[in-house]
Structure formats: structure tokens, C-alpha cells
Design a protein around this ligand. Sequence first.
Ligand SMILES: Nc1ncnc2c1ncn2[C@@H]1O[C@H](COP(=O)(O)OP(=O)(O)O)[C@@H](O)[C@H]1O
Ligand SMILES: [Mg+2]
Length: 242
Amino acid sequence: MALIEIKGLYKSFGKSEILNDINLDMEEGKVMALIGPTGSGKTTLLRHIDTLDQPTRGSIFFHGEDICRLSSKEKFLVRRRMAMVFQKPVMFNRSVYENVSYGLKVRSKENSRDDVLHTLDEVGLTGYESRSATTLSGGEMQRIALARAMVIKPEVLLLDEPTANLDQKSASAIDDLIERLAHGGTTVIIASHNMTECRRLANRFAILVNGKITRTGRPNDIQLDRGQYIGFLESIDPSDKT
Ligand SMILES: Nc1ncnc2c1ncn2[C@@H]1O[C@H](COP(=O)(O)OP(=O)(O)O)[C@@H](O)[C@H]1O
Ligand SMILES: [Mg+2]
């Protein structure tokens, strides 16, 4: 049994159908990439897995249990076992240390100084503990957002375009981190429209276009250079050339 099984998932906001019959299995300890142009529904799908959105119809099974049918209180407990990193990291106007330990606090876990310091070390920010988080660079903030997620040791890590707003160097440092996490056995679901990143990190990919999965496979099935990639995206959505 896959760790997460999505079956016949639909989501409409008003009259627009945003997710249309999504069926997808995600294996434990693997990295799944959701690839698709802007507006295809990647963030919405991640939010459903994180129980933040309720589908119009369909199910998401986590350890065999349909998490779309749970009470708010039960969903809250499921959410504690997952961590989502949003595209634009949100920093509190506090120290780096407090920004990372926040993840433990909201989950009422023991606020272990060792865990926080160890995680800061893992993301390469040792010595930053007392720095003000809001004064850091975009790449550093994204590393803190990742540290905040990692410190709780989630079963599932949901990453929403974690490198989209970063320069090449910071982006590749974040990818190194994700790669290490994946080797450590964390189940990772990454939304991205960076094909190189997906090929490097993912064991499986699913291509999402207008709320529908048009293709799934292994990264080697999408051996495209950048030019071909743009052509490929154009072939699925003429509006997206990023
Ligand atoms: N809360 C919402 N209400 C109405 N429309 C929404 C809402 N959230 C997302 N959408 C719409 O759903 C579509 C998919 O959005 P999103 O999941 O953010 O796509 P992606 O992350 O792939 O760019 C977009 O057209 C967006 O405007
Ligand atoms: Mg998005």
C-alpha cells in the first residue's frame, strides 16, 4: 500500500474546476514531483494533502485512512505529521532560533535546543541563531523555512516550488538539502516547474495541466533540455513560457 493514495479527487472554487479526477499514489520514502505550469493546480493539490482544503469529491488515503473524511480535530492531528514549505517563506520578526523552534512549539513537542541547533547545522546556518530572521537573504530564509519543517521530523514533507524565487546558487544549495532529506527516508512531494530540479530529486513525477494529470513516470522519461522543455510546456499549455 502506498503511503498516500489519491483517488478521484475533484476541487471546484465557485464554477471553476481546479482539480479534475486526480488519481495518484505516493510511496513511502520516495520523492514525487508535481510538474506543471502556473495555475495548473499544484499548490491546491499540496493543500489538499495537508488537509488545508476540502475536496468537492474524492479521497486522499494516508496510511489507508481517508483524511478528507476526518473531523477538524483529527485533520489537525494529521497535519502535525506533515510539514509544508510554501513558495514564499514566511518569517516571524524574531530570531532565527525562534523561527525554527516555532515548528516544535505549535506541535507541543519538547522544545529541544539540541534539535534546533542540529537542524540549523543541517541547513548550513550554524551561528545564525540570534540573527533577526527578517533581515536574511531569500535563500537563507528558505533554508530556515526548511529547517522549521525538518525539525519536527515529519513523515511527509510538502514543498511548494521551494527554489522558484532563488538565484541559481541558493537554489542548488536547497536542492542539495532536499536530496539529503530524501536519502534519509522522508517522503517528499515537491511542486515545481523546474525540470532539472525534478530530474535530480524525484523518483516519480506527475504532470499536471489545467487540474488534470496528463502523465506520470520516472524522471528519465523526461530527458529534455531547456529549449525542449519550453516546447514541451507550450505543447501542454501555450501560455506558460517561464
Ligand atoms: N481559494 C481559491 N479560490 C478561487 N480560486 C483559486 C483558489 N486557490 C486557487 N485558485 C485557482 O486555482 C487555480 C490553480 O491554482 P494553484 O493551485 O495555485 O496553481 P499552481 O500552484 O499550479 O500555480 C488558479 O486558477 C487559481 O487562481
Ligand atoms: Mg503554486
